[in-house]
Design a protein around this ligand. Sequence first.
Ligand code: CIR
Length: 258
Amino acid sequence: MRIAITRAVSPSIADCELTHLERSPIDLDVARAQHAAYEAVLADLGCRVERLQVEPDLPDSVFVEDIAVVLDEVAIITRPGAESRRGERSSIQRALEPHRRLEHIRAPGILDGGDVLVVQKDIYVGLSTRSDDEAVRQLKLIVADLGYTVTGVEVRGCLHLKSAVTAVSEDTLLINPDWIDATDLPGHAFIQVDPAERSAANVVRVGDTVLFAAAFPRTGERISAAGFDVQPVDASELAKAEGALTCCSLIFEAPDRN
Ligand code: CIR
């Protein structure tokens, strides 16, 4: 059983953190409708969607991905780089407790889940404004006995590592080479985003299906032409809050006892 943890869009999303975008009005109804459609796609693809209670006072709380890194063996509760987001942790911790042993990134380390790309046993961590070397050090200790390698990777011009690169399969990565050096991710095949679609590298893989943002059709075509099953998802309203597709869910396999 595959689980997808999500959370409804906060009514205070207008006060979200912004790093690279100018603030522009977010239509709450549109954001909620697109988010519900995203959840429906996940459910259609076989996920059991566990939607958490809305957090009226936590503007960015729909972006659940940033608060945890869920591996098969352990879930790591992050310490988000933006102070305004640290209150999101308690409910995510409660949601993950039934499914995984928990570990924590502790001060002074900072880590956003959006900066963590797991490809089989390789864990890449974006060194961004939200995640730092201290978190990489702690993560290495947490997974030391689990067979993972953890590598810090420089990113530039974007919010998170996964704004610049995500996986479309176990061995193929979708990348915007302006924001990250492919040589930092050795041993993988690459598909490049269409040059006119800078933010297109963030896709969600559910089984063999690759969900891409409907705003980036040319990149969708590139992924399809490479032989992958693709499905567009409209996430344009939350994109105004610098949210991409991966940010809105934590997807993982439930342990057998579920
Ligand atoms: C933030 O700046 O934290 C939010 N406005 C956007 C977070 C997006 N999360 C992600 O890409 N993983």
